[in-house]
Structures are given as C-alpha cells and as structure tokens.
Design a protein. Structure first.
Lengths: 113, 113
C-alpha cells in the first residue's frame, strides 16, 4: 500500500487566497483525521470523519476552515480566505475503526505571506 | 483543561546509550496511549502503544512504561542509534478505537556518534 497520500507537499500563497489541501487515506480505513502542526501549538486535531461523515469538528479554528469527504478515498481541507497565521504543516491520517493506530501522511507545508 | 505534556523538550545522548523520554498526562480516564516518532520532514510514525490495564510493554529496542498512579508514561530506547534522532510524541485516547488522539508537545532526541 502507498500509505496516506497528501497533496500538495508544499503550498505558498498570499493572504486572502483560497487554499485546498488534499488527502487520500489508506484503502480500507474508515476513519480520517486532519491535524495541524506548529511550533507553538504542537499537533492539533482539526476534524475527523468516520465513513465519510464528520464526527468532530470542534478543532476547526474558525469558519474560514472547511473539510469534506465526498467518498472513502478522498478528503479536502479548504481555507478561505487564508491568513499568515494559518501557516503550518497540515497532516492527514487514517485508521481502521478496530485499531487506535493512526497512519499519517507526509504533510502539506503551507506558507501564507 | 486536559492535556498531555512532556517533561523535557530536548534530550541528547551518545550512540549506544539507553534513552528515556517522559510524558505526563492529566486525564485519568485515558485508556490508551501511543508513542509516535517524527523525523524531519515526515509525518508521525507509530512506535508502540499500551493500554491502561498494562504497566509495561516491550517492542524491538523500545519499552513503554505506564504509571497510572502518577499519570506518567515513558519510552525507553535501548542502544540508541543515530537513526533514532527525531521528535517523539506521546498521545492519549479516552474513547473507543478510531476516535481522536490528544498529542503532547514532543521531545527532540538527538543522538551523537
């Protein structure tokens, strides 16, 4: 298996622009998680899905952030409009419901100028 | 609020030494704990886990110890190698498998030859 796939790996954008991050979970995994990592706040859970349904989005910073999972093999995290404080590494992780172990993707490094 | 934290942000050891990375947690309801390793530019990678009904679990060169009395978790790495240099995170889960993990801030392990 190729593991969790994220794209793009790096994104540089200007403040106010829309940013879309993409994730393909491991086939057969029914849970998908979006995390954000910064030096100041560490690894924070933003939202997670079970069988394509959002379960907990309490970690989403504000209305500028939205996430979708239209099918079992694809999810997006969108920021509109982006701000410099959104600069971080965004990770997607997936898990099989019977296991606590989460498999992380390589991350997307977002820089908003 | 509930949190998972680390006693030391950095740890430097010589190759061949044993390393001990500590973690304190505050939620007594947590029933599952995981250690992750994150190398530079990569996503966190699962190392070892332990359930709250255990106090010790061993893997290949790694041992996790859990002391529920003082809410303390540690990761021991035997015969530390340069390839072990990374950031190590402890994470806890208070729900069922497949639900969210709460991550600590991480400890940076540096191994010199």
């Amino acid at each position: 298996d190729a593991g969790v796939i994220q794209s793009p790996r790096h994104e540089v954008t200007e403040m106010g622009q829309e940013v879309t991050l993409r994730c393909k979970p491991i086939s057969g995994h029914d849970y998908l998680f979006w995390y954000r990592q910064t030096m100041m706040r560490g690894l924070e859970l933003l939202i997670y899905f079970n069988n394509n349904v959002p379960i907990d989005d309490s970690g989403m910073p504000e209305d500028r952030f939205s996430a979708k999972m239209p099918n079992a093999s694809f999810s997006t995290l969108k920021i509109q409009p982006s701000e410099p404080r959104d600069s971080a590494v965004y990770f997607c992780a997936s898990a099989r419901g019977s296991s606590y172990e989460q498999y992380f993707g390589p991350g997307t490094r977002l820089t908003v100028t | 609020g509930e949190s998972v934290g680390l006693h030391l942000p950095t740890l430097s050891v010589q190759e061949g030494d044993n390393s001990i990375i500590n973690c304190a947690y505050s939620n007594s309801a947590s029933d599952y704990f995981i250690w992750y390793k994150q190398e530079s530019g990569k996503g966190p990678q699962f190392i070892i886990d332990i359930r709250s009904n255990m106090d010790k679990r061993q893997g290949q060169r790694v041992t996790v110890l859990l002391n529920k009395t003082v809410k303390h978790l540690s990761l021991q790495i035997a015969a530390t190698q340069p390839g072990d240099s990374a950031v190590y995170f402890c994470a806890e889960n208070i729900g069922q498998a497949g639900t969210a993990l709460i991550f600590g801030k991480g400890t940076t392990l540096s191994v010199s030859s």
